[in-house]
Design a protein. Structure first.
Ligand SMILES: [Fe+2]
Ligand SMILES: [Fe+2]
Length: 150
């Protein structure tokens, strides 16, 4: 497996969760649980992806700008998640903000998959692509386990 395939596995989970989240209504248990899951997926993915994809890519001159751009978007999504957390789930504003977050998540994943992966594909060796996949999946699994035990 390459790093791109490994990252896509997480991306598919995020797309699914964001779509389910915007289909929820009111201050429901379903909304709370989906939000908690999406929040956790985004956090675990961004940490592991920065560590095992963007930081190694930044070692290449041509990888610096795209990595900075993606990391800045991770921060924007973090802030959107925080804002959502501070909003009453039964207010109409909650769904407006959740839709904005879902839109942002979709935009970010699309840009990564359609633009950054292509660029990174030329900068990383085949060996790196495989080693990073393993590192990413290990880090992702370790953080998921830590969460489950917490
Ligand atoms: Fe990302
Ligand atoms: Fe990603």
């Amino acid at each position: 497996m390459t790093i791109f395939e490994a990252l896509r596995l997480s991306h598919d989970i995020q797309r699914e969760l964001s779509e389910q989240l915007v289909a929820t209504s009111g201050d429901s248990l379903e909304r709370k649980e989906l939000f908690a899951q999406l929040k956790h997926e985004l956090a675990v993915h961004s940490v592991a992806e920065e560590r095992h994809f963007y930081i190694p890519l930044m070692q290449e001159d041509l990888g610096v700008d795209l990595s900075r751009h993606a990391i800045a978007e991770h921060h924007e999504m973090d802030e959107m998640v925080e804002a959502l957390e501070e909003t009453d789930p039964s207010s109409p504003s909650w769904l407006v903000q959740a839709k904005k977050l879902s839109h942002k998540v979709h935009h970010h994943l699309k840009e990564e998959e359609h633009k950054f992966f292509q660029m990174a594909g030329k900068l990383l060796t085949d060996k790196q692509k495989e080693a990073l996949a393993k590192d990413y999946l290990d880090a992702y699994a370790a953080m998921k386990t830590a969460e489950a035990e917490a």
